[in-house]
Design a protein around this ligand. Structure first.
Ligand code: PLP
Length: 393
C-alpha cells in the first residue's frame, strides 16, 4: 500500500490515528504514551544520549509520539508540532522566506494569519497581496503579474466557507514557480489531503479539530520536502515555540478519535444547514455541503466523507439580529474558536474577525458562525429554533 493508495488516504486513517507513533512504552508497557514532563535528560557519559534526547526544546518523547502520529494520519514524510497554529505558520514562513519575497493569500483567510503577515512580515520586507483563491482565473492573473514564493490557501475558508480547488491551484502555482501552502484546519486530515492534491506544505491549528476538546492550543507544519522540514526544524529549535509534553499528550488523545468526531461533526452540520435554509429569519446559509453553495461541486470532489462542522448564516434582521441570535442560544456557547466536541456560536465581525475590519478581508456584519459539535443534532436544532423564534418575539 503506497501513500497514493485510496485505502491508505481515506479508509486507513482511523487505524493509523490509533497506532502510529503509539508503541507501548519500552520500559513499563504503558499503552498510553507517557507525558514526559522533563526539561532535560541524563546522559550516559558526555554526549551519550539515550535515543537522541538531550533537552526538551529540541526534542521530547511525547512530542515525537504526536509528530509521528500526525505525519502518519496525513500521509506526510515530516510533521513538526508547535505551541500554537500561528507559531507553526510563523516558523514555516520565517524559515523559508526572506525580505523581498512575495506571498499571495486568499481574501478570506484566518484573521490572525492576515495580522501576522500584514503587521509583522510586511514591515520585515515581505510583499503581501490578496486574491480570491476560489477564482482560478484571478489566481492565474495574479501569479503571472509578480513572482510569488507562496500562495496561501484556506479551504473551506473562515468564516464564509469558500472552496478553493487545491489540485488546480497547485498546477497553476507550480507553472509559475510558486509553492502552495494549505491551512487545512477546517477540513482536518480526515476530510482533505492537500499534499496528495499537490500542495507543498500543510499547516494546522491543532487547537481546533485535532485537539478537539477545547482544552489545548497547538499547531503543526507538515511537508514531504526534506529541505523545508530541515529549515522549519532549525527555526523551531532556535526560536523555541514548542508545545509542552502535556499539550502533546492532549493532541495525541484528540487525534485518536478525530475520524469518528469529524464524521459526526459533518453529519450534524449538514442536517443543521439544511434546516437553517428553511428558516425565514435566515437570509443565507454558507455550507459547502449544500447544493446552493458556490463551491459545492469542487468540495464534493475534493473532500472525502463529509464537508466539515462549520456553518455560517447571514440574518435577514441585520447585525442586531446576529448579535441577539448569538446571545440567546443555550446549548451553543457564545465563544471564539471551533472544532471542539461542544457547539459554539459567534459573530465574526465583532469577535474573531474584528482585526480585519476595514481591510479587504472584512466580513458581513450580519454573519453568525456556528461550530457544530457532536451533540445530538435534533437537540441542537431545538436550541437554534428557540433562539431564532426569539428574534421575532
Ligand atoms: C485558529 C486558527 C489558526 C490559528 O491557530 P492558533 O492555534 O489559534 O494559533 C490558523 N488558521 C485557522 C484556519 C484557524 O482556525
Amino acid at each position: 500500500m503506497t501513500k497514493a493508495d485510496k485505502h491508505y488516504i481515506e479508509d486507513a486513517i482511523a487505524t493509523r490515528a490509533i497506532h502510529a507513533g503509539q508503541e507501548p512504552d519500552a520500559l513499563t508497557g504503558a499503552v498510553s504514551t507517557p507525558i514526559y514532563m522533563t526539561s532535560t535528560f541524563k546522559q550516559d557519559g558526555v554526549g551519550g544520549l539515550r535515543g537522541g534526547y538531550d533537552y526538551s526544546r529540541s526534542v521530547n518523547p511525547t512530542r515525537t509520539s504526536f509528530d509521528e502520529q500526525l505525519a502518519a494520519v496525513e500521509g506526510a514524510d515530516y510533521a513538526m508540532s508547535f505551541s500554537s497554529g500561528l507559531a507553526a505558520i510563523d516558523v514555516l514562513l520565517r524559515s523559508t522566506m526572506k525580505p523581498g519575497d512575495n506571498i499571495l493569500i486568499g481574501n478570506d483567510v484566518y484573521g490572525g494569519t492576515y495580522r501576522l503577515l500584514s503587521k509583522v512580515f510586511v514591515p520585515w520586507g515581505v510583499g503581501l497581496d490578496v486574491v480570491d483563491t476560489t477564482d482560478p482565473s484571478a489566481v492565474n492573473t495574479a501569479l503571472a503579474a509578480k513572482s510569488y514564493k507562496y500562495i496561501w490557501v484556506e479551504t473551506p475558508s473562515n468564516p464564509l466557507l469558500g472552496i478553493t480547488d487545491i489540485a488546480l491551484t497547485a498546477q497553476l502555482a507550480h507553472e509559475h514557480g510558486t509553492k502552495v501552502v494549505v491551512d487545512n484546519t477546517f477540513a482536518s486530515p480526515v476530510l482533505q489531503h492537500p499534499l496528495v492534491d499537490g500542495a507543498d506544505a500543510v499547516v494546522y491549528s491543532t487547537t481546533k479539530y485535532i485537539g478537539g476538546h477545547s482544552d489545548v492550543v497547538g499547531g503543526a507544519v507538515l511537508t514531504n520536502d526534506s529541505q523545508v522540514a530541515d529549515q522549519v526544524a532549525f527555526l523551531q529549535n532556535s526560536a523555541g515555540a514548542v508545545p509542552s509534553p502535556f499539550d502533546s499528550w492532549l493532541d495525541i488523545r484528540g487525534l485518536k478519535t478525530l475520524d469518528l468526531r469529524v464524521r459526526r461533526h459533518s453529519a450534524n452540520a449538514l442536517k443543521i444547514a439544511e434546516w437553517l435554509e428553511t428558516r425565514p429569519e435566515v437570509e443565507r446559509v454558507w455550507y459547502p455541503g449544500l447544493e446552493s453553495h458556490p463551491g459545492h461541486e469542487v468540495a464534493a470532489r475534493q473532500m472525502h466523507g463529509g464537508f466539515g462542522g462549520m456553518v455560517s448564516v447571514q440574518l435577514a434582521g441585520g447585525p442586531e439580529a446576529a448579535n441577539r441570535f448569538a446571545s440567546s442560544t443555550r446549548l451553543f456557547t457564545l465563544a471564539e474558536s471551533l472544532g471542539g466536541v461542544e457547539s459554539l456560536i459567534e459573530v465574526p465581525a465583532a469577535m474573531t474577525h474584528a482585526s480585519v475590519s476595514g481591510t479587504t478581508l472584512e466580513v458581513p456584519a450580519n454573519l453568525v458562525r456556528l461550530s457544530i459539535g457532536i451533540e445530538n443534532a435534533d437537540d441542537l436544532i431545538v436550541d437554534l429554533a428557540q433562539a431564532l423564534d426569539d428574534l421575532s418575539a
